[in-house]
Design a protein around this ligand. Structure first.
Ligand SMILES: NC(=O)c1ccc[n+]([C@@H]2O[C@H](COP(=O)([O-])OP(=O)(O)OC[C@H]3O[C@@H](n4cnc5c(N)ncnc54)[C@H](OP(=O)(O)O)[C@@H]3O)[C@@H](O)[C@H]2O)c1
Length: 297
C-alpha cells in the first residue's frame, strides 16, 4: 500500500515506520524538519500548523494515512495546534485526495477527559468520525517508556515512589513494537475500525493474583503420620523422607548460610538469564518444565 505516515520521528512513529517497511509498504513520511529517515522512504516536508501547508496534488497516489504526530510538550496551546488543528488540516487534505483509510494514534485517557490535550484529541477524533473515510482510532494504554522513569533511581538504591498505597492506578503496558504492529494491522484488518482501546499482554496467566498461606505445621503433621506408618509399612518410609525434603525447600533459603543467617550478598552471581524470562517462556509455551514424578505443586 502507498502509505503516508506522520510523526515518524517520534517514539511510536519510528516503530510504525519499521513495521510498515517490514510489511513491504511504500512509505512517505510527512515531517516538519529534515530529520534523518531510513533509505527507501519518501519525504514530504510540511509544517501542518501553517495555513494551506499542503499544496494541491501533494498527496496524489496515497491510499492510507497513519497519523502518529502529537504535541511534544502537551501544553494546551500546542495540543490544540498539533493534536487538533494540524490533524484537521491533514484530514481535510486527504479527504480531497482519494485516500481511503485514516489510522489515528490517540490515547486511552481521552475516555475520561480532564486535561486540555485530551479535549483537543477528542475534538479531532470527532472530526475523523464524522468524515466519510474508513478510520481506526487507536487508543493505547501506557507505553513502556512512561513506566520506566524510576528505573535509574531504583538502580541507585533509592525507593520506588508511589502515590497512596500504590493501587490508585493500573494499566496494561504495551511495547512500541507491539503497538506499531497493531497500528499497521489496521490498514488491512477490516475488524479494526472505529475506536480501538488497546493494551499489552495482561497479567501473566490471565487471572488475578491469588495467594494462600499454608501453616508449616501441616507438613509436620504429614511427616509425623508418614513416619509413624513407615514403622509398619516400609513403602511409607520413602514417602516420609520425600515430605521432609519438601518441608526443607519450603522453609529454607537457597542462599549462602554464614552460620547465623542466609546472606544474599554473600551468594555469588553469574550469567544473564533471568527467572522472569524463564517464566515468560513457560507461559508462552515455548518450553515446558518436567517436574518429575515427585511434583507436588
Ligand atoms: N506515553 C504514553 O504512555 C502514551 C500512552 C497512550 C497514548 N499516547 C499518545 O501517543 C501519541 C504519540 O506518542 P509518542 O511518544 O510517539 O510521541 P513523540 O515521541 O512525542 O512524537 C511526536 C511526533 O509528532 C511530531 N510532531 C509534533 N508536532 C508536529 C507538527 N507540528 N508537525 C508535524 N509533526 C509534528 C514529532 O515530530 P518532531 O520530531 O519534528 O518533533 C514526532 O514525530 C501521543 O498522542 C500520546 O498522547 C502516549
Amino acid at each position: 500500500m502507498n502509505v503516508l505516515l506522520t510523526g515518524a520521528t517520534g517514539t511510536i512513529g519510528r516503530a510504525v515506520l519499521d513495521q510498515l517497511l517490514t510489511a513491504g509498504h511504500d512509505v512517505t513520511c510527512l515531517t516538519r524538519a529534515d530529520s534523518a529517515l531510513p533509505a527507501g522512504v519518501h519525504r514530504l516536508k510540511v509544517d501542518l500548523t501553517r495555513p494551506d501547508a499542503l499544496s494541491p496534488g501533494a498527496l496524489d497516489g496515497v491510499e492510507a494515512v497513519i497519523s502518529c504526530m502529537a504535541s511534544r510538550s502537551g501544553t494546551a496551546a500546542d495540543a490544540w495546534a498539533v493534536d487538533h488543528a494540524a490533524q484537521l488540516a491533514l484530514l481535510r487534505a486527504v479527504e480531497g485526495a482519494g485516500v481511503r483509510t485514516f489510522v489515528l494514534l490517540s490515547a486511552i485517557c481521552v475516555q475520561k477527559p480532564l486535561l486540555e490535550f485530551q479535549r483537543a484529541k477528542l475534538a479531532f477524533e470527532a472530526e475523523l468520525q464524522a468524515s466519510d473515510l474508513r478510520h481506526a482510532i487507536v487508543r493505547p494504554t501506557a507505553f513502556f517508556k512512561s513506566l520506566s522513569g524510576q528505573v535509574a533511581r531504583v538502580q541507585a538504591g533509592k525507593p520506588f515512589l508511589l502515590f497512596g498505597d500504590g493501587r490508585l492506578t493500573a494499566c496494561k503496558p504495551i511495547s512500541d513494537r507491539d503497538l506499531a504492529a497493531y497500528i499497521v494491522g489496521c490498514l488491512t484488518d477490516p475488524t479494526r475500525d472505529g475506536v480501538l482501546p488497546i493494551g499489552g499482554p495482561g497479567p501473566a496467566i490471565g487471572q488475578p493474583p491469588k495467594f494462600r498461606s499454608l501453616p508449616v505445621g501441616v507438613m509436620d503433621a504429614i511427616i509425623g503420620a508418614l513416619s509413624l506408618g513407615g514403622r509398619v509399612v516400609p513403602s511409607l518410609r520413602a514417602k516420609a523422607e520425600f515430605a521432609r525434603i519438601g518441608r526443607y525447600y519450603a522453609t529454607e533459603s537457597m542462599l549462602v548460610w554464614d552460620g547465623q543467617r542466609y546472606d544474599a550478598d554473600a551468594t555469588p552471581e553469574f550469567g544473564t538469564d533471568t527467572l522472569r524470562d524463564h517464566y515468560a517462556a513457560l507461559l508462552r509455551g515455548d518450553i515446558t518444565t518436567d517436574l518429575g514424578d515427585h511434583a507436588v505443586f
